[in-house]
Design a protein around this ligand. Structure first.
Ligand code: ADP
Ligand code: ASP
Ligand code: MG
Length: 409
């Protein structure tokens, strides 16, 4: 008998038929004697619909009220799944984030989980019930409803698994595991049997939305056994996120390719080339809570230099406005931008022991005439910023160039 947390994403609970299918799977595990805690997302499209509704009322809604609205999708699915289980003769109880007491900080729309009180859950499990918890939401110290950021139900699942010391956390989604890259973009992408936490963290932070990055952080920190599986297949081992590299296998140089199309580039032209300039430019941007990613400061000429960086596309207008506000103060000649950038990243722990990975990446892109506008690297990843219109092409050619379409021997 094991204690298992299963999280089902939006597509997996997208209509009543699918919710009944989830109930059947849960019933199967329950019948085998396992204690089951189920975390659910809202029906697919529902969170987007709620955000759009809010935007019809207010262009920039109060984050507190936005969370009140967008957290409702998950309350619907937990009730429906509990009903479906009860229909099958299985005792089930649903809980919102506040009812469990998933305590978060008060950063509305991107709150962080601080603590989970597992008492209700343990009591129900001991009484033989299946516990069904709303993903994506929590409650702050003052009792306000909060949400955890898009894709946040993954994090609810893993955090709950850590809090109640579950034997395994299973993330059920619409693909049967973590692939070498998004299988919707590259049909030749291959499912990985295992991927290390380190690699999964990079993949998630660089745009692979199969797992929310915070869920991977939690799993790594609290040693949660984490697996990604398909809710549309009966069988299959999915992908196990592992702490250790698989020493028995010839390690591939690159494990996966991640990408993000939501990037924008800003260049501040002709600023004085002197100490403190990066701070003067990026300080006000950071103060406005705009995340800056890649940064380049060019070589100076005649005492001035150009300074470029990337931001998330939704922050582009805000960042430009801030810089226009300080342009005179910092003595910049002009501010330019391009809101249609994308970032492509190759990720792999094998990179540590293989030189020449960057040059192979750059050559592959050059051969397709794709211009690299910015580069950033860490020990196990190389990212490039390119024009968004070349994104799919870049991912496909890199996938082939690093042999990711071939099964490892
Ligand atoms: P859910 O609603 O179940 O949380 P998501 O849409 O958040 O599902 O995440 C699953 C999707 O992630 C897949 O349908 C796939 O298109 C995308 N994805 C991106 N990168 C990868 C990858 N490397 N492996 C698998 N899926 C990926
Ligand atoms: N429903 C939320 C979203 O769409 C949370 C999730 O699905 O993980 O982002
Ligand atoms: Mg998701």
């Amino acid at each position: 008998m094991a204690l298992i947390v299963q999280k089902y994403g939006g597509t997996s609970v997208g209509n009543p038929e699918r919710i009944k299918n989830v109930a059947k799977r849960v019933a199967k595990f329950h019948a085998q004697g396992h204690q089951m805690v189920i975390v659910l997302s809202a029906m697919s499209g529902e969170t987007n619909r709620l955000i759009a509704l809010a935007k019809e009322i207010s262009a920039s809604p109060s984050p507190r009220e936005l969370d009140v609205v967008i957290s409702t999708g998950e309350q619907v699915t937990i009730g429906l799944l509990s009903m479906a289980l009860e229909e099958m003769g299985i005792k089930a109880r649903s809980y919102t984030g506040g009812q469990v007491r998933i305590l978060t900080d008060d950063s509305f729309t991107k709150a962080r989980i601080l603590d989970i009180d597992g008492d209700n859950i343990r009591r129900d499990l001991d009484a033989g019930a299946v516990v069904v918890v709303a993903g994506f939401q929590g409650v702050d110290e003052a009792g306000n409803i909060t949400t955890l950021g898009r894709g946040g139900s993954d994090t609810t699942g893993v955090a709950l698994a850590a809090a109640i010391k579950a034997d395994e956390c299973q993330i059920y989604t619409d693909v049967d595991g973590v692939y070498t890259t998004d299988p919707r973009v590259v049909p030749e992408a291959r499912k990985l049997d295992t991927i290390t936490f380190e690699e999964m963290l990079e993949m998630a932070s660089l745009g692979s939305k199969v797992l929310q990055i915070r869920s991977v952080e939690f799993a790594g920190k609290y040693k949660v056994k984490l697996r990604v599986l398909s809710s549309f297949q009966e069988e299959g081992e999915g992908t196990l996120i592992t702490v250790e590299e698989d020493k028995n296998m010839e390690q591939p140089i690159i494990s996966g390719i991640a990408f993000n199309r939501d990037e924008a580039k800003i260049t501040v032209l002709g600023v004085p080339d002197k100490p403190g300039i990066a701070y003067q430019i990026l300080g006000p941007v950071a103060d406005a809570n705009v995340d800056v990613d890649m940064i380049i400061q060019n070589v100076g000429h005649d005492g001035t230099t150009d300074f470029s960086f990337t931001v998330n596309r939704p922050d582009y207008d805000k960042a430009i406005k801030i810089l226009e506000g300080v342009q005179a103060h910092i003595g910049a000649r002009a501010i330019q931008g391009d809101r249609t950038m994308a970032k492509v990243s190759i990720v792999g722990v094998g990179m540590r022991s293989h030189p020449g990975v960057a040059s192979r990446m750059f050559r592959t892109l050059a051969e397709e005439g794709i211009n690299i506008q910015m580069i950033s690297t860490s020990e196990i990843k190389i990212s490039v910023a390119i024009d968004e219109k070349y994104l799919e092409l870049a991912v496909r050619v890199l996938h082939r160039a690093f042999g990711l379409d071939q099964a490892p021997n």
